[in-house]
Write a protein that binds this ligand. Sequence first.
Ligand SMILES: Nc1ncnc2c1ncn2[C@@H]1O[C@H](COP(=O)(O)OP(=O)(O)OP(=O)(O)O)[C@@H](O)[C@H]1O
Ligand SMILES: [Mg+2]
Length: 357
Amino acid sequence: MTTLTLHGDTDAAAARSARADDVVVGVRDLRKTYPGRGRRGGHVAVDGVSFDVRRGEILGLLGPNGAGKTTTIKMICGLVRPDAGAIRVEGVDARQQPRRALRHISAVLEGNRNLYWRLSVQENMEYFAGNRGRSRRSVAAEIDTLLEAFALEPKRTALVSELSRGMQQKLAIAVAMLAGTEVVLLDEPTLGLDVETGYEVRDLLRQVARSGRTIIISTHDMPVVQDLCERTVIIHTGRVVTDDRVDNLLRLFATRAYHVRLGAPLSLRQVEALRAGFAGAAVDDDALAFQVELERGEDLYRLVDVLRSERTPIESLDRTGIDFETVFRRLVNGADGVGAPARGAQRGGAAAREERP
Ligand SMILES: Nc1ncnc2c1ncn2[C@@H]1O[C@H](COP(=O)(O)OP(=O)(O)OP(=O)(O)O)[C@@H](O)[C@H]1O
Ligand SMILES: [Mg+2]
């Protein structure tokens, strides 16, 4: 595979090693209520979200449908005005000086809004690079590299309206790359792609990540999170429920999960004892194997007692891997109903504004 060498790579890499800890994007207590229609009250979409993203970090912004991910991303890139809260990008207050802050950001939003459908692939790339003050000549080689890496070379002169959705998505990412900004925001970059294109886009994102840029990805694609993201912020009904490293979360949940294979099927009494006594107990259809979570060391003795009571032979006991999807579901389900304020509650007189970019 072609390795991308892009505008700003060396700068970004140098900056990353020099200031590994510095915060490139910081949001504090962001809030947004969309106005309701008629007599219906407004809808609180983002309800006090705070997080920091450090230089070169890839942050996964996760959460169920309607959690407030897109709204948060649009506030960071200036498409939706927050009711309250602070956004800093490369030290610039994005609410006070939006133009200065936006110089550091490129974004790929749902629906590929950053493309002109009546221009060709190459014209789009040149046009948007030009918008960022880059001359046609200075981007020519980079455009060649991107077209090659994104397998879009055969479509160089095709109009965007003639591209498939997956190709448009790849072009939208390529255009964001050409901007050469430190920060790249990607709202659901693999949404609606076929399996093959999904893999391709994931590969591309991995390369984008290696270029040292600071990336925020909102996604429902758990392999993307597991493969690419170092950290994840999970939001639910407009609030942050988890902010942690992905490997920490996987380790935290994986240490507990076991799979047990038996030499004889479990009795009904044993199945009931497992279900009553252990978290996440799930018995296979043939009753010859089961999954279980052992939260404390002594849980293992209790488990052996259940099996020994009927002299059931144990063939194997293995720690199972856990995927990020399971971790995500546990975290989100755990957040349900915990401390969420009534949605209809009026918030401190903040003037709700409707923005439809
Ligand atoms: N322009 C708008 N006007 C009114 N309400 C909106 C608008 N945009 C979003 N909302 C509401 O705000 C809430 C958060 O929406 P948002 O699009 O930020 O969620 P999301 O986390 O991106 O969800 P998804 O995973 O479905 O993309 C939802 O309840 C949605 O209905
Ligand atoms: Mg969204």
